[in-house]
Design a binder for this molecule. Structure first.
Ligand code: 13P
Length: 253
């Protein structure tokens, strides 16, 4: 059985004080931590503050960065290395989010380099994949997503796959209020797992959590989570309000 994981991606929305306020509100919500794993991905500037708050209060909540450099160290102005992220107390990084792919033109090759840089430094990875509206309409959604999974995890040793989570986020569903139907999402999730099985074998593939992302809200989370291969959610907008995010976390209470 894969334990559900509900992860909030705060994107570029909150300054450090606002991030501190949000995590404080979240921690005041009653959550059964035996039923669900939780994580939040603040901006770089807020990582240490959020991680410190969580750890000092003894909570087991993952803290993730939203990006990292492929480089380890050196003259790369503006970049943040995996080691720097780890040193804030964060344990995870989101790699290959569609906003990084579309706006910052990150290629599958760079995304693979980021995945490997993170794993080399012992950071967990949430690898995001997802098709555009044009790709869905051209009936190449599955091909696109499986290609992204294959490229993103190219050369990753199967021993490191326990640190990898996949997030399927159809681009047309992000921030639009449109969600894939649970059946459509399940079909893609099942094919991702089959692909992981080909790459790493069934034992590894069955342990990898595959999250759904794209307009996940309290009123659609349960139907998604009922599906066999949907193991959690990567949540944008609805993670910015503690009460709403709390409802998502407590989806099965
Ligand atoms: P929304 O939940 O706002 O659609 O964002 C999804 C997302 O991009 C999470 O990474």
């Amino acid at each position: 059985m894969r334990k559900p994981l509900i992860y909030g991606n705060w994107k570029m929305n909150l300054n450090m004080q606002e991030s501190a306020d949000l995590i404080a509100s979240m921690l005041s919500i009653k959550i059964d931590y035996t039923k669900v794993d939780i994580g939040v991905a603040p901006d770089f500037c807020s990582l240490a503050k959020v991680a410190d708050t969580i750890r000092s209060m003894g909570y087991d909540i993952s803290v993730g960065a939203q990006n990292i450099s492929v480089e380890e160290k050196g003259a790369f102005t503006g970049e943040v290395s995996a080691d720097m992220v780890l040193s804030t107390g964060a344990d995870t990084v989101i790699v290959g989010h569609s906003e990084r792919r579309a706006i910052y033109k990150e290629t599958n090759k760079e995304i693979n380099a980021k995945v490997r840089a993170a794993l080399r430094n012992n950071l967990k990875v949430i690898l995001c994949v997802g098709e555009s509206l044009e790709e869905r309409e051209a009936s190449v959604a599955k091909d696109t997503v499986l290609y992204q999974v294959g490229m993103g995890l190219h050369g990753v040793n199967m021993d490191r796959m326990n640190k990898v989570t996949i997030a399927y986020e159809p681009v047309w569903a992000i921030g639009t209020g449109k969600t894939a139907t649970p059946a459509d999402a399940e079909e893609i999730h099942a094919s991702i797992r089959a692909h992981l099985s080909k790459m790493f074998g069934p034992v590894v593939a069955n342990k990898v959590r595959i999250l759904y992302g794209g307009s996940v809200k309290p009123d659609n989370v349960s139907a998604l989570m009922m599906r066999e291969n949907i193991d959690g959610a990567l949540v944008g907008g609805a993670s910015l309000d503690a009460t709403t995010f709390g409802k998502l976390i407590n989806f099965n209470s």
